[in-house]
Structures are given as C-alpha cells and as structure tokens.
Design a protein around this ligand. Structure first.
Ligand SMILES: Cc1cc2nc3c(=O)[nH]c(=O)nc-3n(C[C@H](O)[C@H](O)[C@H](O)COP(=O)(O)OP(=O)(O)OC[C@H]3O[C@@H](n4cnc5c(N)ncnc54)[C@H](O)[C@@H]3O)c2cc1C
Ligand code: FES
Length: 288
C-alpha cells in the first residue's frame, strides 16, 4: 500500500519524518507496521503496531478508526472504531485487543506481521484521573475489558491503587488479567459459576466502598454492570466514567450516526459519542 492512494499523505511509520512543528490537529492518518498479531482465545486477537509520534500521544479511553482490509470481494466503506488497549511509549508501540465479529474485524484479522495498518486517530475524549483519587475500581466485560487497560496503566504510574473486576463467560475470556495484575488487584467473575451475576458484583463493589477503596468508578462493555455502578455511584457520591461503544460511521463528528441521549441536570441532551465521548460522566449517561 502506498501513500499515493490517499487524498492527503498519511504519516508512514519508519519512513515519514516527524513534522518539525506540531500541527494543530490532534489526530492524523498513519500507516503503521504490524509488529505482532496473535489469537488470545477463540474470538479475540491482540494486535501490536509500531505507531507514529502523534498516535502515541493517545490517552486512555481514546480510540482509532481503523481501515480494515476487506475479507472478501466486496468493499468495506467505513472504518472500524477500536479503543487502545495498551500504550508502550518506550517501544513506540500501540496495542489493540479486539473481538472478531463481522466483516471489518474478520478483514482486520488477516493482517500479518510486516503489513501496514491504516489508522486515523487518536480520536474522542478519554478518561480522566483526578489527582485526589487514591484507589479506583474498573469494571469491564467482553470488549470493554480492552478499553479499561490504559486507565489502569495510568493509575498505576500515578501511584493510584486499582481493583479490576473482569466479567466473562468463562475463564478463557478473562483477558488481559496480566496487564490488570500489574496495575493492582484483579477479581474475575464468571458466567460459568454464576459469580458474574449483578447481585454478586454488587456485593464486591459494596465491600470496596466499605473499605474506602472506591474513590472513582470506571466501566465499559456491559449495560447491566454500568447501571449497577451508576446506582451505587449515586447512592455513595462516587464519581464515575463510562466508555460507550456505539455504532459509528465517520468517527469524526459530521455524520451524527453515533448520537445518544444523555440526561444533564434533569434535561435530555443529544451528544455524539465519537467526538463528545466515547467516555462520559456515568450519571449523565443513559443505559442502552
Ligand atoms: C469507541 C469504540 C471503541 C471500541 N473498542 C473496541 C475494542 O477495543 N475492542 C473490540 O473488540 N471492539 C471495540 N469496539 C467495537 C468495534 O468497533 C466493533 O466490534 C466493530 O466495529 C465491528 O465491526 P465489524 O465489521 O467486524 O462488524 P459489523 O457488525 O459487520 O459492523 C458493521 C458496522 O457497524 C459498526 N459497528 C458494529 N458494531 C459496533 C460496535 N459495537 N461499536 C461501534 N461500531 C460498531 C462498524 O463500525 C461497521 O460500520 C469499539 C467501538 C467503539 C465505538
Ligand atoms: S460517527 Fe459520525 S458523527 Fe459520530
């Protein structure tokens, strides 16, 4: 793939020279060599790319819009949004953890080491970490687990304790527990033994609140778990942030495909998940 296919030149990692003056826009299109691309289990793949300096400025909760190769004879018209799973600034690498679900992700799965991935980003507004917090709780399920990796990394780098509650169908789908263990404590809850039931997760959260280990809540990937955190956050005055996964088209703001309703000070408000999110205040977000 060469840069001449594009209307404006993408940044080609390993070939383009970094721009001497940072350009005012925060995102760019870049061609990133694939460093590794492995199956994690029957459904998820772990993709590592060498990234451009601008892409490496990504913050936890932000995402990239990936141009996935077509898996068949047809075209793929839209890019696919994927949040960043791990940032390795020292090695200049970015990592994605994604589920193969449809044509885009099955096409993406064909990329091999040495191929180039075309990415646009970093996009959206990510998580924030308040300097006053000493211990946070992250609660993820399915693809949502990937999105919570970088905020856990950031918390650890800032000396903030992390409890990660990872919800999954069975032990094979408790992904990334090594990354979360590096950041703090991990509690896995599973469908197979019933421990992922909302009532049980509620007991775990209530225990953390009682132990003063829940200064803030972060969640992604499950509506019922989001609603649980929202309810407990409201009851106990614990601030929370939710990363929303919403079907997108442009990922940049103009198409309005990703609009969702929010409730702000008792009034309904429409917001675009791609540009005003994907991370939102938990009390303002409405379940899906
Ligand atoms: C901000 C954001 C971050 C995400 N991060 C991750 C991640 O880290 N790991 C992961 O596995 N998945 C993530 N997703 C979901 C991922 O984008 C979809 O699984 C993927 O787009 C499906 O594409 P597909 O062509 O394989 O499936 P199809 O179902 O064939 O997709 C068809 C169309 O719908 C859109 N679409 C379908 N499902 C979703 C969805 N859940 N969210 C948004 N758009 C969707 C696609 O972009 C495409 O335009 C994220 C979604 C968003 C919005
Ligand atoms: S996806 Fe186009 S405005 Fe959000």
């Amino acid at each position: 793939m060469t840069s001449t296919r594009f209307a404006s030149d993408p940044f080609v990692v390993g070939k383009s020279k970094p721009h001497p003056e940072p350009r005012p826009i925060a995102a760019e299109e870049s061609l990133c060599p694939v460093v590794s691309h492995e199956w994690v289990n029957a459904e998820y793949r772990h993709l590592v790319v060498q990234a451009s300096p601008k892409a490496l400025a990504v913050t936890p909760g932000q995402f990239f819009n990936l141009l996935c190769p077509s898996p068949d004879e047809g075209e793929l018209f839209f890019r696919r949004p994927q949040s960043i799973y791990r940032i390795d600034r020292e090695a200049g690498r970015l990592e994605f953890l994604y589920k193969c679900v449809g044509r885009g992700t099955h096409g993406l799965a064909q990329l091999e080491k040495g191929d180039e991935l075309n990415m646009v980003g970093p996009l959206g507004i990510g998580f924030h970490l308040d300097p006053g917090w000493r211990h946070i709780v992250v609660l993820g399920r399915g693809v949502g687990i990937a999105t919570l990796g970088p905020i856990s990394q950031l918390a650890r780098e800032n000396g903030v304790g992390v409890t990660a509650i990872l919800s999954a169908r069975n032990p094979d789908f408790v992904m990334a527990d090594a990354l979360f263990r590096e950041a703090g404590d991990v509690v896995s809850v599973l469908d197979t033994d019933g421990s992922s039931a909302v009532e049980n997760v509620e007991l775990i959260l209530r225990q953390l609140i009682a132990e003063h280990r829940a200064d803030a809540f972060f969640t992604c990937g499950s509506n019922r778990l989001f609603m649980l955190m929202k309810r407990l956050g409201k009851q106990h005055g614990i601030p929370g942030q939710v990363a929303m996964e919403q079907v997108m088209a442009c990922g940049l703001g103009p198409c309005y495909v990703c609009v969702r309703t929010f409730e702000v000070n008792g009034k309904k408000e429409l917001r675009r998940v791609c540009i005003e999110g994907p991370v939102f205040d938990m009390q303002e977000a409405i379940g899906w």
